[in-house]
Design a protein around this ligand. Structure first.
Ligand code: BEZ
Length: 221
């Protein structure tokens, strides 16, 4: 089973897209990137997802993240579908604010392990699952998630994880369950007490637990 692991360099694939042929690393430049795949053009859940992604695209831009979608149809289909997506948002005059990759031969879907064996088109060919890859400015894979075709994603959650990825790339912290920006964060286990005290001027609080081990350390950045 092919597959990309966290920390792997993301393939510098070439592909046809709604903005022309791209080489992925050139497309990303020095930005973060998010690539999200869709099973098929002109399908209901995919349309709601792309419409949501378009509505909140400014939030990705604000975070320095370049967006790109992928579906297993042609550029021509993608261009027609994009108009439906923007109409779903009642924004018929605006173009879709990010490109869509045309993976009509499923080459990239196979290479990146994105096919959903349980969902097939009318010819029995597998459709793409709802895959998300977040790529860092170093072109390495920072996060991947894989949903089946029948379950739409939560794009607000994607913004939340990008906030966590960007924060934890800069500071020696980790974000706890259901964390949101400005919530307290956790000091990573590899830091000694002295290092933590030096790094976090707002102080470190430790939650006492029966084991007596001091691993639940919080700080406010
Ligand atoms: C959809 O986008 O609605 C969809 C696509 C493939 C399978 C199931 C749902």
């Amino acid at each position: 089973m092919p597959g990309l692991l966290l920390g792997d360099e993301f393939p510098n694939f070439e592909a046809d897209t709604t903005i022309g042929r791209i080489k992925f690393h050139d497309f990303l430049g020095s930005s973060w990137g998010i690539l999200f795949s869709h099973p098929k053009d002109f399908t209901p859940v995919c349309t709601t997802e792309l419409a949501c992604a378009a509505r909140i695209s400014d939030e990705f831009t604000k975070r320095g993240v370049k967006m790109i979608a992928l579906s297993i149809d042609s550029v021509e289909d993608h261009r027609h579908w994009s108009k439906d997506v923007m109409a779903f948002n009642s924004e018929t005059e605006s173009p879709l604010p990010f490109p869509i990759i045309a993976d009509d031969k499923r080459e990239l879907s196979v290479q990146l392990g994105m096919l959903d064996p349980d969902e097939r088109d009318k010819d029995g060919m597998p459709l793409t699952a709802r895959c998300v890859f977040v790529i860092g400015p170093d072109k390495k894979l920072k996060l991947s998630i894989l949903y089946p075709a029948t379950t739409g994603r939560n794009f607000d959650e994607l913004l939340r994880v990008i906030d966590s990825l960007q924060l934890t790339a800069q500071k020696k912290v980790a974000t706890p369950v259901n964390w949101k920006p400005n919530d307290k964060v956790m000091v990573i286990p590899s830091l000694s007490e002295a290092e933590a005290a030096a790094l976090f001027p707002n102080g470190v609080t430790t939650k006492e637990v029966p084991s007596g081990k001091k691993y639940l350390r919080y700080t406010q950045l």
